[in-house]
Design a binder for this molecule. Structure first.
Ligand code: C2O
Ligand code: CU
Length: 504
């Protein structure tokens, strides 16, 4: 029988403590141990052997302050047996994945701007017994997350448990704005999992096209929030701030409440605050996207409210997961929480100056999804110059949505337009594509109000062109961009990108 919902309280991952004392002018140093752990997803399920950080899943939340650098030692203390070793496809990357040790890991801090030697790039993995010494300068306040990024096995390593929150706070700002703080500020990691009867995680191995084991999509049958199957949370009838993160491998969510007067006031997205709060009925979240929302439970005293998911599964035979968790609203409010949600938020727009236009494609070729029709290992073609801003016109020639993420990039979504991909291909893929954009498309130009802030990942819809504006203002060197559906990312839907010195 399926696992019963709403059986256990939502846990809040504990905040990580630095290992050094901070009397001097030392930077905080965190020891984060990648470990084999036993974790309880549900009271009716035996404990699960999986991976975590410092003994727990999700890993402890690292809370940094803006412009105060921290160091993290990511210590790979995993055993040499992968809990999902059976799902490794040795044929990926032309057989390269079969030659590599099964257990290897590298941690990328998604949303941070760092030198590439601290970025956790796909080839920077280490085997058990080794450590990655990373340093994060913490440029901007935001809800970020750390997760595995190992070439060819990211989907399995993240699914096995290598994920956690990394928050950058700007001291005093939440208080100044009257946003809920402390226990009213809750990170919410959304994932889906399959379980075997013995409690172990199950990951499908049916293969796809010429790949014997790799699957192109994975939508599991059980919602897991902060590591628990469909939990409940007792809330006071007041405002809460939720930091929503889609940490699934593939699945897209769209959160909503059925109650008429219960909305989300979205205040932030991937890269921090929006220009102004937006009230929305529904919050769509592609893989790796974040949304910070304020939910006001006042007026719902004594009621139980289900957090629902309107996004059906992509595959028709996969479960839709319409219910995710339950909020049980207590009867009595404590006498505070009088502050209204502010009408303006601290937001810095991206400067308007543009130096280069670039056209990129997403496509499906021979059962594989590709960027610019090239595999990950093909020679580099994306070379922005540091201290310039580029406009990227990304054309999705495939029949599927791809959450596209650019490392180092924090961009503005300019517009999404339906695009005649067949004609564009027929006309020989002209670099100058404006005439092919059937243009102005709707009054939001296809960009939702919740997407008007700084983004680092966005949902790219099938047969559209999406235009983004992206400054490269920090570091030079090799990084990557990729689809954040981890199944796609692991099978070549990733390209290197190099930020170079150069004349404008
Ligand atoms: Cu969230 Cu390249 O990763
Ligand atoms: Cu994709």
């Amino acid at each position: 029988p399926p696992l019963a919902y709403f059986k256990q309280e939502l846990p809040i991952p504990p905040v990580a403590r630095p290992s050094n004392d901070l009397d001097g002018d030392d930077e905080p140093l965190y020891e984060m141990n990648l470990e084999n752990i036993k974790h309880n997803f549900h009271p009716d399920l035996p404990a699960t052997n999986m991976w975590g950080f410092n003994g727990i899943f999700p890993g402890p939340t690292i809370e940094a302050e803006i412009r105060n650098p921290v160091k993290v030692d990511w210590n790979n203390r995993l055993s040499t047996v992968h809990p999902l070793g059976y799902a490794i496809d040795p044929t990926l990357s032309h057989g390269e994945i079969g030659e590599l040790p099964a257990v290897r890991a590298v941690i990328h801090n998604h949303g941070l701007h760092v030198v590439n030697t601290s970025d956790g790039l796909p080839h920077d993995w280490v085997t058990p017994g080794n450590t990655l010494h990373y340093r994060y300068p913490n440029h901007g306040g935001a809800t970020n997350w750390y997760h595995d990024h190992t070439h060819g096995v990211t989907r399995l390593n993240v699914y096995a448990g290598l994920a956690g929150f990394y928050l950058i706070r700007t001291p005093g700002v939440a208080e100044e704005l009257g946003l809920p703080t402390g226990k009213y500020d809750i990170p919410l990691l959304l994932q889906d999992k399959f379980f075997n009867k013995d409690g172990s995680l199950y990951y499908p191995t049916t293969g796809h096209g010429q790949f014997p084991i790799w699957v192109s999509d994975m939508e599991a049958d059980t919602p897991v929030l902060n590591g628990k199957v469909a939990p409940y949370l007792k809330v006071e009838p007041r405002k809460y701030r939720f930091r929503l993160l889609n940490g699934a491998t593939y699945r897209q969510w769209s959160l909503h409440f059925q109650e008429d007067n219960l909305n989300f006031t979205q205040v932030a997205s991937d890269g921090g605050f929006l220009p102004a709060p937006v009230v929305v009925r529904e919050v769509p979240l592609g893989v790796a996207e974040r949304a910070e929302v304020v939910v006001d439970f006042s007026g719902f005293e004594g009621r139980s409210i289900i957090l629902r998911n309107n996004a059906g599964a992509h595959e028709s035979d996969a479960a839709d997961l319409p219910e995710l968790m339950r909020f049980d609203v207590l009867r009595h409010a404590k006498p505070h929480d009088l502050a209204p949600i502010p009408s303006q938020l601290p937001f810095t727009p991206i400067p308007p100056c543009i130096h280069k236009y670039r056209t990129l494609t997403l496509s499906e070729e021979n059962e594989t999804y590709l960027i610019n029709s090239r595999p990950f290992s093909a020679p580099l073609e994306i070379r922005p110059v540091v201290n310039t801003t580029e406009i990227w016109r990304i054309i999705n020639l495939s029949d599927e949505t791809h959450p596209i993420h650019v490392h180092l990039g924090e961009f503005k979504l300019i517009k999404r337009c339906p695009f005649d991909t067949e004609r564009w291909v027929r006309d020989g893929k002209p670099d100058y594509i404006e005439p092919y954009i059937q243009g102005p498309c709707g009054h939001h130009q296809g960009v939702r109000p919740g997407e008007t802030g700084h983004k680092d990942v966005f949902l790219h819809l099938a047969h559209t062109v999406t235009i983004i504006k992206m400054p490269f203002n920090t570091y030079t060197g090799m990084y990557v961009m990729h689809c954040h559906k981890l199944e796609h990312e692991d099978n070549d839907m990733m390209r290197p990108l190099e930020v170079i010195e150069g004349d404008i």
